[in-house]
Design a protein around this ligand. Structure first.
Ligand SMILES: [Zn+2]
Ligand SMILES: [Zn+2]
Length: 322
């Protein structure tokens, strides 16, 4: 099979032909990859901040299974041991022993992929595989983050939500919030082109970071997670409000009485569960989401990374396997 392999952190990906993976038991599957979304986490692996090398990156994978047809791969694989609280609750992505495709195990920048359990193959049932590929991480992560941000809202009471970062995940979050009754959505980003997309997707207000001002928000979702954005998140949430941190750019804020709005809730939100992914795909079938996607062939994965690093893509890049 063809792969684009990361040999060592900091190096460009190289095209490598390797032996096809083989399923060793009835619970494993080998799929023919149709495409794979490129996520910011891929850059964190490429830079050596997370994961292992050598590795085949890619965790937003769609492919064809001989039995099920077109499928999406659920990629954060838990230990599934009965004594694991997180796995027992269905939250495999926060299992202490989770090993994510494309981060710890070989992923979807390849023409074939080994999936350790058939349950991780979610049938696409009519959805366009390449268009929806970013739902496997970007859409799923935004879905869970929005649900956690809005979970404590009183039904029917209008609520103001601030979304920090209008990249791929922020764009999905805006669409999920636009479907949340009572939610008034403000989006902040440094790039005007992304703010224009956010308005098209249903944002009520878009701002550059220096325009950000009160009154405080009921919930803030930070898809960047850098020092200045996380500080803004805490500065602009109301007392008793919620800050949900998703972005992995290493920002921190002090925690202590008087250091942040009283009784504000601060939480991280990581990826999503298998049930969340099924819910996202069901929602997409009922009320189609807009996927701001551009396509590049698998062999141009390095160019895709360059686009992501430079902010040169309006949304998500999906690598296609032909
Ligand atoms: Zn991702
Ligand atoms: Zn577990």
């Amino acid at each position: 099979m063809r792969t684009m392999t990361l040999q060592a952190p900091g190096e460009p990906l190289v095209e490598r032909e390797v032996a096809d993976p083989v399923a060793t038991g009835p619970h494993e599957a080998v799929i023919d990859v149709l495409g794979c979304g490129v996520c910011h986490s891929d850059l964190h692996v490429a830079d050596g901040h997370i994961g292992r090398t050598p590795i085949v990156l890619g965790h937003e994978v769609v492919g064809t299974d001989a039995r099920l047809g077109p499928v999406m791969v659920y990629a954060p694989w838990g230990c599934r041991r009965p004594e694991c609280l997180q796995c027992a609750a269905g939250d495999e992505m926060i299992c202490a022993d989770s090993h994510e495709a494309g981060i710890w195990d070989d992923g979807g920048y390849a023409s074939k992929m080994l999936v350790p359990r058939r349950e991780y193959l979610i049938p696409l049932d009519g959805l366009d595989p390449l268009e929806v590929a970013p739902l496997a991480c970007g859409g799923l992560t935004a879905f869970r983050a929005v649900r956690r941000a809005t979970s404590r809202f009183e039904p029917g009471r209008p609520a103001r939500v601030l979304v920090i970062g209008a990249g791929g995940l922020g764009q999905y979050a805006v669409q999920f919030l636009a479907r949340t009754p009572g939610a008034h959505v403000t989006v902040v980003d440094t790039l005007p082109a992304r703010l224009a997309v956010a308005r098209e997707l249903g944002a009520d207000v878009t701002l550059s970071p220096d325009e950000l001002d009160g009154p405080p928000y009921d919930a803030v979702v930070d898809f960047v997670g850098a020092e200045p954005t996380l500080r803004s998140a805490v500065a602009f949430v109301r007392r008793g409000g919620a800050v949900v941190l998703v972005g992995m750019f290493g920002g921190t804020v002090p925690f202590g009485l008087g250091r942040l709005p009283s009784e504000a809730w601060l939480t991280t939100s990581i990826w999503g569960s298998p049930a969340d992914l099924r819910a996202v795909l069901d929602l997409t079938r009922r009320e189609p989401l807009r996927h701001v996607v551009e396509y590049l062939p698998l062999e141009e994965a390095n160019r895709a990374h360059g686009l992501l690093r430079s902010g040169g893509s309006r949304g998500r890049v999906v690598l296609t396997v032909s």
